[in-house]
Design a protein around this ligand. Structure first.
Ligand SMILES: [Zn+2]
Length: 269
């Protein structure tokens, strides 16, 4: 009889702990939905697992009930991020909770883009080597295949040297963040000279998809150039409505099918 009582007590305690943990998460992320929180945690793990992010780089999402705020991990390697590590920021890059742990220095990338682009609900910033190749070259990054049709409108290059008075390569204040957002304009991707890139999307899975297919495109484009001959890039005509093609510049890049397998690979490690 005592064993039954003890077992029941343990079950109740474990359940209470889980509920409290959930409440802590909701408090730390300003009432964002649990689905959004889960997507952001999974996105961190996917981008690390797929080699887009290493110990550096980050992904954020706009808050789903407070569009003037966004969620981003504390200063932590993306492959280690859990729900408890997420913090809420305003569109100036300030933590909403004054007691929040130290954040990423480059959170202003996210703040400035959300401020400038109401359509953007997720932002990825990464230093992926394949893309970095094109961020230091005069050879433009161009769309190689249909999964990278989102590159057809063009890929602008951010030059931080043009931000008067700024020293260094980090986008670590709103001035450099705003200049980056201006360079991005209405595009889904911008390269950052000598640094990396930003990719944005209308939701978390789409931003993740774009970052992953951007990496594939960069690797294949480099191989095609090395192969020699004439490289046939996608053009606006390839993705024109009614042209019989499947990919449009603003079309979703095959998630949720891809998202499902990326998530399984990342979360089963
Ligand atoms: Zn960076």
């Amino acid at each position: 009889m005592h064993r039954v009582v003890l077992f029941t007590w343990l079950v109740v305690c474990v359940t209470c702990a889980a509920v409290v943990a959930g409440q802590e998460n909701r408090t730390g992320t300003g009432g964002a939905s649990l689905q959004l929180i889960d997507d952001l945690v999974v996105a961190n793990r996917i981008l690390a697992n797929e080699g887009i992010l290493d110990g550096l780089g980050h992904i954020s999402t706009r808050h789903d009930s407070r569009p003037d705020r966004f969620l981003l991990s504390r200063d932590l390697a993306p492959g280690l991020v859990t729900a408890a590590d997420l913090a809420e920021y305003d569109l100036e890059g300030n933590p909403v909770n004054g007691q929040a742990p130290r954040g990423y220095q480059e959170r202003f990338i996210h703040a400035a883009i959300y401020k400038a682009r109401p359509d953007v609900r997720s932002v990825v910033h990464a230093h992926t080597p394949s893309v970095l190749t094109f961020a230091v070259s005069t050879i433009p990054l161009r769309p190689i295949y249909h999964m990278a049709a989102f590159l057809v409108p063009g890929v602008p290059m951010y030059e931080i040297r043009k931000v008067a008075g700024h020293q260094g390569m980090l986008v670590n204040d709103m001035r450099t963040g705003t200049a980056l957002a201006q360079t991005l304009g209405d595009k889904p991707v911008a390269l950052m000279r000598g640094h990396g890139f930003v990719a944005v999307g209308p939701n978390v899975p789409e931003a993740v998809s774009r970052a992953i297919f951007l990496d594939v495109n960069a690797r294949v484009q480099l191989q095609a150039i090395q192969l020699g001959g004439t490289v046939n890039y996608l053009t606006a005509a390839d993705v024109a409505p009614g042209g019989g093609q499947t990919a449009q510049p603003n079309q979703t890049t095959a998630y949720p099918r891809s998202w499902g397998i990326w998530k399984e690979r990342a979360m089963s490690r």
